[in-house]
Design a protein around this ligand. Structure first.
Ligand code: NAD
Length: 250
């Protein structure tokens, strides 16, 4: 029970990495406040409660600052505290396109959720952490924060921006007993990558790229988030931790 008596805000936990991490936090004793645009997050809450844990879901579009402020306020109202934030909500490109074929609308959609969404959630959490003098933030970036993929320019730019927010957040808050880190997953088996992993040709290319020979399961990402959010990671700040099976080691 590494997080007994603690409360965590998680964005984007109806499916995938966020859901697996919410369940893991719940198992470790944390009270979990989920913010998502998808009501499927109610299932995550139900599963945490079924296992004896505490969880709530609040509708939250991370692209809206007021929604993120209300999410943190709801966590404080429901659980009386906030110890960690896991800012994980994100969107993937609708189509793989070169820059010269991308629309304004698609670029703006990706930036609004992946960059402004992380900023909005961090800001709300950090305002509370500054008041109480402690806390941990983990942002979901990607290997796409350190390398680029062709045909995914906006996604890659958005994840590079998450790394910038993480580094700046770490520098600003480290002196105040607050740590800010990012995770950089490689290929993870979730709804986001299902389209790729179901296509035999793309799945084979992905299998080769992963080095380990398979995509990660969301639970393998969750473990790292829990570690980074725990006191065991007390000297880890302002960094990205890649969980990519060796994909970027080439
Ligand atoms: N799957 C991968 O291979 C992979 C690799 C690297 C990084 N990531 C990142 O991991 C994070 C989680 O992705 P996933 O793979 O679990 O995908 P997913 O699609 O299963 O989960 C994304 C979650 O974010 C929520 N969401 C989307 N837009 C939102 C918004 N505006 N406000 C609130 N919630 C919103 C969705 O409802 C969902 O619960 C994303 O930031 C993604 O970019 C995924």
């Amino acid at each position: 029970m590494r997080f007994a008596d603690q409360a965590i805000v998680i964005t984007g936990a109806s499916t995938g990495i966020g859901r697996a991490t919410a369940l893991a936090f719940g198992r470790e004793g944390a009270s979990v406040m989920i913010g998502d645009i998808d009501d499927g997050a109610n299932d995550t809450v139900a599963e945490i409660r079924k296992a004896g844990g505490k969880a709530e879901f609040r509708h939250c579009d991370v692209a809206r600052g007021a929604d993120c402020d209300a999410l943190v306020a709801a966590c404080l109202d429901s659980f009386g505290r906030l110890d960690s934030g896991f800012n994980n909500a994100g969107v993937f490109p609708r189509d793989l396109l070169p820059i010269h074929e991308m629309s304004d609308e698609e670029f703006d959609r990706i930036m609004a959720v992946n960059v402004k969404g992380v900023f909005n959630a961090m800001r709300a959490e950090l305002r509370h952490f500054r008041q109480v003098g402690k806390g941990s933030v983990v942002n979901t970036a990607s290997v796409g924060a350190t390398i680029a993929d062709p045909l995914m320019s906006a996604y890659s730019a958005s994840k590079h921006a998450v790394l910038g927010l993480t580094r700046a957040g770490g520098l600003e808050n480290g002196p105040h007993n607050i740590r800010v880190n990012a995770i950089g997953p490689g290929m993870v088996r979730t709804a986001m990558t299902a389209k790729w992993l179901e296509d035999p040709e793309l799945a084979e290319a992905a299998r080769h790229a992963t080095v380990i020979g398979r995509p990660a399961e969301p639970e393998e990402i969750a473990e790292v988030v829990l570690f980074l959010s725990s006191d065991a990671a007390s000297y880890m700040n302002g960094q990205i931790y890649l969980i990519d099976g060796g994909l970027t080691a080439r």
